[in-house]
Design a protein around this ligand. Structure first.
Ligand code: AHM
Ligand code: MG
Length: 336
């Protein structure tokens, strides 16, 4: 029988081999993974658990919250606040940071998450997911504030997502490659099902919301026009398109078989850099993509080098197979 490696064993072995997962960080990752199991149970229940539909409230971004957005947020807070590894948390669903209450010990890490990404897919039974990012609280001062979170993505010590699809899969990096764990529902455990994930450098598949095409900047339009022109166009090959409207599901496909994912700036709201959020969507995904040999930019510079100036900052996103990301970025840098 093939030996099964659990998430705990993987983390312990990573620490033994490379020494970059201190006990607090391991505890934190395991607690996030446990919270994802609970979220997965609620997602799976669907209408039977009375978890579908809207909650009648809006989040800080002015988006209508779904019942499951709120449930997932509460599960993550509750699971993570008492363990002693964290100083504070931040979430897409909360305006300010959530400081670990005084009754619990304060740890040295900061956790950011999008509790349930792809909310528009919840009620239609299409894959959704949880995205998370872990930073270290900067040294040298007592307490914790929002400015402690405003670190570039390259400072992340761990990042990952859990996709609630036909299988529930946890995808993780601690800065030494990307590993995937599948939830064994009977055993209730995460089992390592792929390690050393690599994205092919070239691809014939792109993911973008094409309905926004008329609003894009010329370089974005040029790139997609060239893909659509296919074999007889400048690229000399036919392209395929996929758009799930759940970043977790689209990124999961790209980690599995390559591709390029884009959510660019558009002219309807010129002051808004894009739709997706830097700190708990773009950064963790970019860390994973780079760790799998891909690339990620904000169309102008490496995503992980962008210094945030606010918690809920939005950003343009291009990520996936390296040669396509480089091409899209070069078109933007050249301005056309
Ligand atoms: P959310 O965090 O409110 O769910 O929004 C993020 C989602 C991404 O998962 C996805 O890539 C994108 O929004 C889909 O946008 P669109 O509705 O334009 O297709
Ligand atoms: Mg989201």
């Amino acid at each position: 029988m093939t030996k099964r490696i659990s998430l705990t064993q993987y983390l312990v072995e990573q620490q033994r081999q490379h020494g970059h997962i201190p006990a607090q960080l391991r505890l934190l990752i395991e607690v996030v993974a446990r919270a994802c199991k609970r979220i997965s149970i609620s997602v799976n229940k669907g209408a039977l658990g009375d978890v579908l539909g809207t909650a009648g409230s809006e989040n800080v971004q002015g988006e209508v919250q779904k019942k499951l957005d709120i449930i997932a947020n509460e599960v993550l807070i509750e699971a993570n606040e008492w363990g002693g590894a964290l100083a504070a948390m931040a979430s897409e669903e909360m305006e300010g940071i959530y400081v670990v209450p005084n009754r619990y010990p304060q740890g040295e890490y900061l956790l950011l998450f999008d509790p349930l990404d792809g909310s528009s897919n919840i009620d239609v039974n299409v894959s959704i997911g949880t995205i998370f990012s872990v930073l270290k609280k900067p040294d040298g001062h007592e307490g914790v504030s929002e400015s402690d979170f405003l670190q570039a993505g390259k400072q992340q010590v761990a990042a990952g997502y859990c996709v609630y699809g036909p299988q529930t899969t946890l995808v993780l990096t601690v800065g030494d490659g990307v590993a995937m764990f599948t939830l064994d529902r009977e055993q209730g455990s995460w089992v390592l099902t792929q390690d050393g994930v690599q994205i092919p450098e070239d691809t014939k598949e792109f993911a973008i919301n094409m309905s926004n095409m008329r609003h894009w900047a010329p370089p974005m339009k040029r790139y997609i026009d060239e893909c659509l022109a296919g074999k007889s166009g400048p690229r000399g090959k036919d392209f395929n398109m996929r758009w799930i409207a759940s970043m977790v599901a689209d990124v999961h496909r790209i980690l599995t078989r390559g591709g390029v994912f884009m959510y660019p700036w558009d002219q309807r709201e010129p002051d808004k850099a894009g739709k997706l959020r830097l700190m708990y969507e773009a950064n963790p995904m970019s860390f994973l993509i780079e760790q799998a040999g891909g690339a990620a930019t904000n169309t102008q510079q490496r995503m992980l080098d962008v210094t945030p100036d606010k918690l809920h900052q939005r950003v343009s996103v291009v990520l996936g197979s390296k040669n396509e990301v480089d091409r899209v970025t070069a078109y933007h840098q050249a301005g056309g």
